[in-house]
Design a protein around this ligand. Structure first.
Ligand SMILES: [Zn+2]
Length: 197
């Protein structure tokens, strides 16, 4: 059955979103069709605003629309403990555990095993954080997969060389899983049970 072209176009656009299959895309498109046009405009504008204004904080990697970000600006946070994560979304997961230290996000969007090597990751800002002398402990919160393991070992080595204590999240996180999707309790336990590297 042929659909009206704008409807077909909307379904195609929705299909680029993760977890959205053809049936869900169609259901969402038909739902949008019933909304008042003002609400649809707000929805579309929220997507554009978010994409245009939100970016990773250059200092820590948290998603922000101002500099410094809300975490870097917060003086009540413990500057002596630095959590290293792979993605900005991992910070959102760590924040849910009640962690009150600071962050450094690697923003590595490639596969170490297949695409590139460790030297492709810009660690200069990380070294600067360590050399500031404020950081007493680095908590490695990398995903429990092969890339996470390679990175953890490498970071542990260069961090220990700066005479900063290195710990990593305790096991209990699902192997091959993503920190981002770990449930709050598992992640909090992994943080509390962190072990010296
Ligand atoms: Zn920040």
């Amino acid at each position: 059955m042929r659909l009206a072209r704008p409807l077909e176009n909307l379904i195609d656009q929705l299909l680029i979103l993760p977890t959205i299959g053809p049936k869900t895309a169609q259901r969402l498109a038909l739902f949008i069709l019933k909304l008042p046009v003002g609400e649809v405009r707000q929805l579309a504008q929220a997507m554009v605003d978010c994409r245009e204004k939100v970016y990773p904080c250059p200092r820590c990697g948290y998603l922000t629309d101002v500099e410094p970000c809300i975490i870097c600006r917060d003086e009540s946070r413990d500057q002596s403990i630095l959590c290293v994560a792979e993605e900005a979304s991992d910070i959102i997961a760590m924040e849910r555990t009640g962690f009150r230290g600071c962050y450094f996000v690697l923003n590595k969007n490639f596969n170490l095993m297949e695409d590139k090597g460790l030297e492709e990751i810009d660690l200069q800002p990380y070294m600067e954080r360590l050399q500031s002398g404020k950081v007493k402990e680095v908590v490695l919160a990398l995903n429990p997969d092969i890339d996470g393991e390679i990175l953890s070992r490498y970071l542990a080595k260069i961090t220990a060389a700066q005479e900063v204590k290195v710990t990593r999240l305790a096991h209990g996180l699902p192997v091959g899983g993503d920190i981002e999707f770990a449930d709050e309790l598992t992640l909090r336990r992994a943080l509390e049970g962190r072990k010296e590297f």
